[in-house]
Design a protein around this ligand. Structure first.
Ligand SMILES: C[S@@+](CC[C@H](N)C(=O)[O-])C[C@H]1O[C@@H](n2cnc3c(N)ncnc32)[C@H](O)[C@@H]1O
Length: 356
């Protein structure tokens, strides 16, 4: 088997395993059926082959699934609607590969286009980890926050103050918000949350922002969710309602250039500036990562106790969990800042385990 074909099938199989692990039995089953279609030289091979030389990294199997989900959500794939809980259907474990392939046969043009569209979710659950970090920064410095997000997608995580959090021992955010995170999101040692955290500015950016206020933007984001994960879907829809009431502009920009421009204006006094991101680092080209690090290091050198700089990020650690890390400036005698591992957390924000 040529190496590239092997890589596509590996990506399909890897994705099937990942879906089974993070709670989409439907997609795990469907991907297993689509892997068989691929191996027999079916339409799955035709559509997925050659789209990217990094099929796993570029989530090529998920582009395929999302195209069909988008059609199901708009009612244009009636074969799938009865099986997709997101469309009001029910899935009881049957193999629906034939139904899926029938949709592909009827919508070839949409699939050709869909295979070129990057998978882009904006997982609101990650606000649980980020807010624990923001709480710690606010308490430590005793200052209001200015948050700068890179890779923000639709900016839903920049709305973190507009969601509610309750560890069972402490709370943060808006207790009336339609997006609530209760004690079931936390496990083991708990972070200390600090009620209403003052935020003076929130800015977000992404190379390809999604407008969560438009039907097209919302449909795109819903299509990338897995059809049997109704809780995630309900949370995303609730976040759309929050987004309407709490607008945050997402600038279209490369993370490195945007951050250099923002931090280049200097760190304001009386405010803790927090640069943050979640599940973004792996997607940035090396030049962008270098530019982000350089912008942070340069601004870090000018940070003072009255104008501290923090870099908060939730990024992959291993197959099971991501790490929440914080680097802070100023640190006397250390230009690189002081780095701490704050927490382990599931990729979609569940099971936050505070370590700091
Ligand atoms: C997996 S998504 C994560 C989105 C969001 N941070 C979250 O946790 O839900 C990765 C995001 O990084 C963005 N991205 C990729 N390359 C970028 C770049 N060079 N500059 C800025 N954003 C980039 C993508 O457009 C995408 O929105």
């Amino acid at each position: 088997m040529p190496e590239q074909q092997f890589t596509v099938i590996q990506a399909i199989e890897h994705q099937a395993t990942a879906c089974a692990r993070v709670g989409s039995a439907l997609y795990a089953s469907l991907l297993t059926g689509l892997a068989a279609d691929y191996l027999s030289g079916g339409v799955t091979a035709e559509l997925l082959e050659g789209v990217s030389d990094q099929p796993l990294h570029d989530a090529i199997p998920l582009r395929y699934l999302a195209t069909a989900h988008r059609l199901a959500l708009t009612g244009d794939a009636p074969e799938l609607v009865p099986h997709y809980p997101s469309c009001g259907g029910q899935w009881a474990g049957a193999d629906i590969t034939d139904a899926f392939l029938s949709v592909v046969a009827h919508h070839r043009r949409e699939f050709l286009q869909g295979m070129l569209q990057n998978v882009q979710t904006n997982e609101v659950g990650r606000a649980v980890a980020l807010t624990a970090g923001f709480s710690m920064v606010a308490a430590r410095h005793g200052l209001p926050l200015r948050t700068l997000e890179i890779g923000g997608s639709a900016g839903l995580l920049s709305r973190w103050p507009s969601y509610g959090y309750d560890t069972g021992e402490s709370t943060a955010g808006d207790p009336e918000s339609p997006v609530q995170f209760d004690a079931s999101w936390y496990t083991g040692a708990l972070p200390a949350l600090h009620g209403a955290i003052a935020v003076v500015e929130r800015a977000s950016s992404d190379i390809a922002p999604i407008d969560a206020s438009t039907p097209a933007g919302q449909l795109s984001m819903l299509s990338f969710l897995w059809p049997d994960q109704l809780e995630r879907r309900a949370r995303l829809q609730a976040a759309f309602r929050v987004a309407e009431l709490d607008p945050v502009r997402v600038d279209q920009a490369d993370a490195g250039e945007w951050l250099a421009a923002r931090l280049g204006c200097g760190l304001p006094d009386g405010v803790a500036t927090v640069v943050f991101h979640s599940i973004v680092w792996q997607y940035l080209p090396r030049s962008t990562k270098d530019a982000v690090r350089a912008a942070l290091a340069e601004a870090g050198r000018t940070a003072t106790p009255a104008s501290p700089l923090c870099w908060l990020r939730m990024e992959p650690a291993n197959a099971e969990h991501a790490d929440l890390r914080l680097t802070s400036w100023p640190v006397s005698g250390c230009a690189d800042g002081h780095e701490e591992l704050l927490a382990h957390v599931g990729y979609h924000g569940a099971d936050l385990r505070w370590l700091s």
